[in-house]
Write a new protein. Sequence first.
Length: 202
Amino acid sequence: MKQIYLSIFIILIFVSNNSCNTGTRANQQTGDNCGTYRWSVKTLTDSDGDSVFKSEAANTTIENLINEKRNAPKHERDNSFRHDDEKRKVKIEATIIQIKLEKDNDFHIVLKSGSYTMVGEVTDGDCGTFSNHPELKKYFNDLRSKIVDAIGFTPNSSFKKVNKNVIIEGIPFWDELDAAHQPKGSSTNQHELHPITNITFK
């Protein structure tokens, strides 16, 4: 009889621990399991993020952005460092031609104008990095909902074609420059708009 009670006790402990671990994993996937590389810069949660977010957007083009001289190293070692030309907001006209959901929960958007393409990304407001930035959390979640409503589907891990003419506002960002890191639609100098801060669908 004692052996039966002991077996039941062991089983209950196992189930309890397994449930706790499952809950932890779920929280990480929905709230904290986002990006790492220069993440505070990408999400505007760094020390300069608020002023950059509130700045006026200057008109430019994809062609101009992808031909700007890269002043960043191939791999920035300081994840919180923002380069001077990342302290601005720009506005471009483009066509969204493809979109997918990245592993870090970003919307990866391929933007095209003429024969030129570049990447724009919209971060996930439910990432843990926004726990102390409720206004940004709501802002980016509202922006993502706006995109979903406009394109008619929720992006998943596979690229889907889109054909939407837009006016985009966003923050120029120098992504990693590596032969193994060439996201779809990216420019040769890895200049992105990260994050996209506003989209107007025409």
